[in-house]
Design a protein around this ligand. Structure first.
Ligand code: PLP
Length: 357
């Protein structure tokens, strides 16, 4: 088989939710906003409208909103704005800020230390967080200043409102601000709306979140994330921080327009709900195959599946891509706005065919 035939067979459908392209709503918004000349650097109507829509969705008229290009910069700059160099940030040991941002949170904050805590299924536990906050409250240790939560988590789970409140209560009691890494916030918002009718406000500022990094990219937009400060005091001079970090887009309208297109049409929640539903379908199919297990009950758009390594190798050889960073036999499968049922059935059929008999 030559290289080209081989390349044609690669399928990245389940490798991550950022292997898909730009969704139709965001693409149409980009094309529409591409006409004519408007002010640069965010002084345009698209950007103003996007900020107003975000304030509306979160029922927080005084929230401060900024757009940056990716999740690493949104997290790092948000954390840097909350911290001095002698502070620390408490996060889960699997948190993206700890494992996948190349030290950017420490870099942009001039040395703020990340302190990691454990917890099942990617979730922090209030007691463990409190222990970490109070363990060394003396001059020789970086002072805990921020609690960082990922919603939905790196393990495809969702903090309930009660869990969020228990964690932010501990943080506030010790004077910490709370940051939420919401690269997949939309998936969590769709899941919590479904399970308990919670609104975006309920699961953020009404539950003690001060700053949300609201992901656009993994939900179908092209390179845009919103940093939403529910506590406007914390946003002081954040515009300068974005500019210095190379995150101030001169054609900002193309950020803003996508958010307008996604939020006005409701596509942000629709696509997230679709990804979650596709993942449920995949999970049901996986559970129906004897010998295949799930490591965590999936709540959003990720399955952490267990099957024999020989089966995984056969699937990889067939061209399926997925990550296997979860222990010896765990494989992560992600769904996105673009996932189609046919692809799920094709994957499940291949998996079934390669299970040992
Ligand atoms: C993808 C992701 C990000 C953002 O990563 P970038 O590649 O910098 O856009 C942040 N947090 C979590 C939990 C993620 O999954």
């Amino acid at each position: 088989m030559n290289r080209h035939q081989d390349a044609d067979q690669h399928d990245y459908s389940f490798a991550s939710d950022n292997t898909s392209g730009v969704c139709p709503e965001a693409l149409a918004a980009l094309c529409a906003a591409n006409e004519g000349c408007v002010p640069s650097y965010g002084n345009d109507d698209y950007t103003r409208k996007a900020c107003d829509l975000i304030r509306g969705i979160f029922e927080k008229p005084d929230a401060e909103v900024f757009f940056v290009f990716n999740g690493t910069s949104s997290n790092s700059l948000a954390l840097a704005s909350l911290c001095q160099s002698y502070h620390s940030v408490i996060c889960h040991e699997a948190a993206h800020v700890e494992t996948d941002e190349c030290g950017a949170p420490e870099f942009f904050s001039n040395g703020t230390k990340l302190l990691v805590s454990q917890g099942n299924d990617g979730k922090l536990q209030p007691e463990a967080v409190e222990r970490l906050i109070t363990r060394r409250n003396y001059i020789h240790f970086p002072k805990p200043r921020v609690l960082s939560l990922t919603q939905s988590t790196e393990w495809g789970t969702v903090y309930t409102i009660e869990e969020l409140r228990a964690l932010t209560f501990v943080a506030k009691r010790h004077g910490l601000a709370v940051h939420m890494d919401g690269a997949r916030f939309s998936n969590a918002a769709a899941a919590l709306q479904d399970s308990c009718g919670a609104s975006p406000a309920d699961i953020t500022w009404r539950s003690g979140i001060d700053v949300l990094c609201f992901g656009g990219t993994k939900n179908g937009m092209m390179t845009t994330e919103a940093v939403v400060f529910f506590n406007p005091q914390l946003a002081r001079e954040f515009d300068f921080r974005c500019k210095q970090a190379g995150q101030l887009a001169s054609k900002m309208r193309l950020h803003g327009a996508q958010w307008v297109g996604m939020l006005e049409s409701g596509a942000w929640l629709r696509h997230a709900a679709h990804a979650n539903a596709m993942n449920r379908r995949l999970a049901a199919g996986l559970r129906a195959i004897p010998g295949v297990g799930l490591q965590v009950a999936p709540e959003v758009n990720a399955c952490f599946a267990e099957f024999p390594k020989a089966t995984a190798d056969a699937l990889l050889k067939k061209g399926w891509h997925f990550y296997s960073f979860i222990g010896a036999s765990g494989y992560r499968l992600m769904s996105s706005w673009a996932t189609r049922p046919e692809t799920i059935y094709r994957f499940l059929a291949d998996l079934r065919a390669h299970m040992p008999s």
